[in-house]
Design a protein around this ligand. Structure first.
Ligand code: UDP
Length: 244
């Protein structure tokens, strides 16, 4: 996985955004599946509670620090990450750079209709990019072989899996051997944001490290999930050094 910092049992890449994008572009030239996850504090805390999930995350080629909480944790542990590498930004930068060489992308996840709207947006944003297929993220387990077949038949270079965490990471780990793609990226709610269904925090909030607060303001029902944030912080303070 290259240089990483161990945050509560999860190996998080120390690469900057620019370095990560270059690494992913390199993956496109290698004939094998590369898994990229973008865990935030909530997901890392989930992995701390569930060692099997931690192992699954660590089987990725790269875990990037999606949330500012992960960056703060690395500082507390004395191995500061240089910056946050948010999944949504990483996806955009990768697709922007992949577009001129007409790379093929498959969008998998979100409610029916969302992936198609996201596809329109991506082709407007990044001329040259080929969206070779879409599929919504609501399916029964027994439909997975058919979905994998649909993805492979579309011959994508890049597969975005947007089923939310931990569903997307588990789906990717279960199916990586059957997928014939170069990069599979767990990208959470990215299709919803592209399709304009969910609004991302303004940059000023992001710069202040307050994207989580904006999200909470917009979706107060996330409060239960977000209680993982203080628990994550406290656990890093009390137990984080054990994992370094
Ligand atoms: N989703 C899905 N299938 C499911 C459950 C969720 O496709 O069975 C989608 C949901 O429509 C949304 C995304 O997964 O687009 C989850 O977004 P969220 O912002 O919750 O992602 P996270 O914060 O977990 O990365």
């Amino acid at each position: 996985m290259g240089d990483t910092v161990n945050i509560l049992g999860v190996q998080v890449s120390t690469k900057t955004m620019a370095e990560t994008v270059d690494t992913l572009l390199g993956y496109l030239d290698e004939e094998r599946v590369h898994c990229v996850f973008t865990p935030n504090s909530e997901i890392i805390y989930m992995a701390y509670k569930d060692p099997q999930f931690a192992q699954l995350l660590n089987s990725a080629d790269l875990n990037t620090a999606d949330g500012i909480g992960v960056v703060y944790a690395s500082r507390i542990l004395g191995q500061p990450l240089r910056e946050r590498v948010a999944g949504f930004d990483l996806m955009n930068r990768l697709l922007e750079r992949a577009a001129p060489s007409r790379r093929r992308v498959f969008l998998f996840g979100s409610k029916p209709g969302v992936a198609e709207e996201a596809a329109d947006k991506l082709t407007q944003l990044y001329p040259g990019l080929v969206i070779c297929g879409t599929r919504d993220g609501y399916f029964k387990e027994e439909q997975t072989p058919e979905i994998v077949g649909q993805i492979n038949a579309a011959q994508p270079d890049i597969l975005l899996v947007c089923l939310g965490a931990p569903k997307q990471e588990k789906w990717i780990a279960d199916n990586r051997k059957r997928l014939n793609v170069r990069i599979v990226l767990g990208a959470g709610g990215s299709l919803d944001v592209l399709a304009g269904r969910v609004e991302r925090a303004p940059e000023s909030w992001q710069r202040l490290g307050l994207e989580w607060a904006y999200r909470l303001k917009k979706e107060p029902k996330r409060i239960g999930r977000m209680m993982a944030l203080p628990r994550f912080g406290l656990t890093v303070l009390l137990k984080g050094r054990k994992y370094r």
